[in-house]
Design a protein around this ligand. Sequence first.
Ligand SMILES: [Zn+2]
Length: 382
Amino acid sequence: MNNILLMAVAISVFIIAVVIFILVKRNKQKAPRKTSYIDALHMILDGKKDEALENLKRAVKEDTENIMAYIKLGDIYRDKGYPIRAVKIHRNLLIRSELNSKQIEAILHHLIIDYQAAGSLDKAIEMAERLVHRTKKNMDNQLLLLSLYEEKGDWDKALIYRQSTNKWMKKKDQKILALYKVESGLKFIEKKAEHEGRIRFREATKLDKKCTPAYLYWGDSYRREGRNGDALKIWKDFTVKNPDWAHLSFDRLKEVLFDLGRYGDMEEIYQQIIQKKPKNPTAYIHLAELYRKQVKLDDALTVCNTMANHYPDSLRCRTILIQVLQQQNKDKEALIEALKILNREIEKGVIFRCDHCGFKSEDPLWHCPQCYHWNTFLEEQQ
Ligand SMILES: [Zn+2]
């Protein structure tokens, strides 16, 4: 019995000794193989790229299975301004048969950055498409591919792509989708394909009925083909759909109406915009100016008074009111209005602003509570 126990103990001790021996031997073999790589990682962290490069070269020689070492080696070449070399190193990795999914995805990701650095946008897109195909649920990769399509100006693909990511993220950005259509239209216009361009602009307004550039360029395209009536229709439609930004079409409208011999129509257009209570007072200002030029000073004054009520803070509005009063020889009233402006400016009072960080205070301060600098406060008229 004792003998059997002794035997068992002896065998156990032997097995443990053998295991320890194997482990120690393996570690001894592995240790030199890993040190170059680990050294390199430290050097990368310390910003010593040249030394890291040498260590990585050694590391991949010592252990040709160390995929991460190859990836980092390529990255350093790219950072040092040799993106083609980085591409070669990273692309060669992809040929290997023993890679797992995570490794393939990492390599593709690095190749995208390499190709971008090398200015090969098409290749970067190809890699990103492969990556997205492999990682269908990864939103970051999808957004990366989307940004590459945008960078290339491939608006049709960007549109399809953004629509599908929107579905995923349960959001809508019709305004951006519409702007893609506008960009796409402009590309056709560049190639003198006016009709194709206009189709895109129209599609843009279907996605976002307020899409300002779509209406402006759509009308411009008609103008280039001498279709003034159609251009007028598009721009008038724009002022109805988007009164807040309608003023951006005023110069275009004036020109086309002038060419059509219908300059007087501007009055009606301004009035229609005003009825929609736009956030921007430009339609009022233009209408008041129009009446002033036509010496319809009573009409101008009416517009100015309404405008001053709607936009009490607009200096432009007040200034035109003063000009109209002066033109009507109502000097005293003009002076009263001018004084109102000045008084309002004075009432705004004084504030103290930190010259270092911009922190504002109504009370004088000598130690900034935001950036903690001393004696940085300047007195400012608001
Ligand atoms: Zn400060």
